[in-house]
Design a protein around this ligand. Structure first.
Ligand SMILES: CN[C@](CCCC[B-](O)(O)O)(CCN1CCCCC1)C(=O)O
Ligand SMILES: [Mn+2]
Ligand SMILES: [Mn+2]
Ligand SMILES: [Mn+2]
Length: 301
């Protein structure tokens, strides 16, 4: 089985410098060899195909920041991810900020129209151009994938291929008012840290899969935002929120998803090696590599 590592040094979906350096840190930490150790054939798409996509003149559209650049990069990411998936490979997208999910999930759904999405995050990333307060597109990819909110012509390439009943969240603890309304209105299944505390991670993952994949027959796209983990476990990330997943809870999710045998695509995003001290950066990069290994078959026994 082949895993295609796609490095996306992209940061325009938010405003903190450094998240574009996430991919190189994860690869330089040895991720490629680690996956080969697990028995994967590993290919690595150099990130260069996204460098020449920068846009010279990209004024905000409403509140949206860097809209044309975010759109163009994600359109390219969708083609790259979709291409690997179509060849029966497993695209592993390393971010970069979570706006990349516009591209990765579009790519997956183009090849696997019936795929479900398991979104691990402190945040729902479902703001629309109308509800966003920051204008940062890393807080909005899900609304575009679902086709919510007013159409933005610059994002015309994104088709609303994701169905609300095929999406489930785990790890939530920082949701804007507008996003809470969108979750309710669209009946989107969400397991916050409250549910993790109440039921335990094992039951939460089982309930999440029961919701989006009741017969365990649909392909799974796992989109893992490192900020789902508690900041004590993954400190070097742009929007840390206390009260997050433990090291083991994060790994359990990845192990359980791998065990389904249904994983077809994986994102690991929002590692920012420019934040916090060197020890924190190493801790964050190391746990990022470990989570990827767990999602790709590494077991404890
Ligand atoms: C919760 N929504 C935020 C954060 C989005 C995080 C994106 B992710 O990819 O890292 O998950 C925060 C919105 N503001 C809320 C009020 C205080 C300032 C931030 C946004 O900017 O939309
Ligand atoms: Mn390059
Ligand atoms: Mn996110
Ligand atoms: Mn987040």
């Amino acid at each position: 089985q082949t895993v295609a590592i796609i490095g996306c040094p992209f940061s325009a979906g938010q405003q903190r410098l450094g998240v574009d350096k996430g991919p190189i840190h994860l690869v330089e930490a040895g991720l490629t060899d680690q996956l080969a150790e697990l028995g994967w054939r590993v290919t690595f798409d150099g990130h260069h195909q996204f460098e020449e996509l920068s846009v010279t003149d990209d004024p905000p559209i409403g509140k949206l920041r860097n809209p044309r650049f975010v759109s163009r990069v994600n359109e390219s990411v969708a083609k790259v991810v979709g291409g690997h998936a179509a060849r029966g490979e497993l695209p592993l997208t390393l971010g970069g900020d979570h706006s990349l999910a516009m591209g990765t999930i579009s790519g997956t759904l183009g090849t696997y129209p019936n795929a479900c999405v398991i979104w691990i995050d402190a945040h729902t990333d479902i703001n629309t151009p109308e509800t966003t307060d920051s204008g940062n597109l890393h807080g909005m990819p899900v609304s575009f994938l679902l086709g919510l909110g007013a159409k933005v012509p610059e994002f015309g390439w994104i088709k609303p291929l994701l169905k609300a009943e095929r999406l489930v969240y785990i790890g939530l603890r920082d949701i804007d008012a507008g996003e809470k309304r969108i979750l309710r209105e669209n009946k989107i299944k969400a397991f916050s840290m409250h549910e993790v505390d109440k039921y335990g991670i094992g039951k939460v993952v089982e309930m999440a899969l029961d919701h989006v994949n009741p017969n365990r027959d649909l392909p799974v796209h796992l989109s893992f935002d490192i900020d789902a983990l508690d900041p004590s476990v993954a400190p070097s990330t742009g929007t840390p929120v206390r009260g997050g997943l433990t090291f083991r809870e994060g790994h359990y999710i990845c192990e359980a998803v791998y065990e389904t045998g249904l994983l077809v695509a994986l994102d690991l995003v929002e590692v920012n090696p420019h934040l916090e001290d060197e020890f924190s950066v190493n801790k964050t990069v190391t746990v990022g590599c470990s989570l990827v290994r767990a999602a790709l078959g590494e077991t404890l026994l």
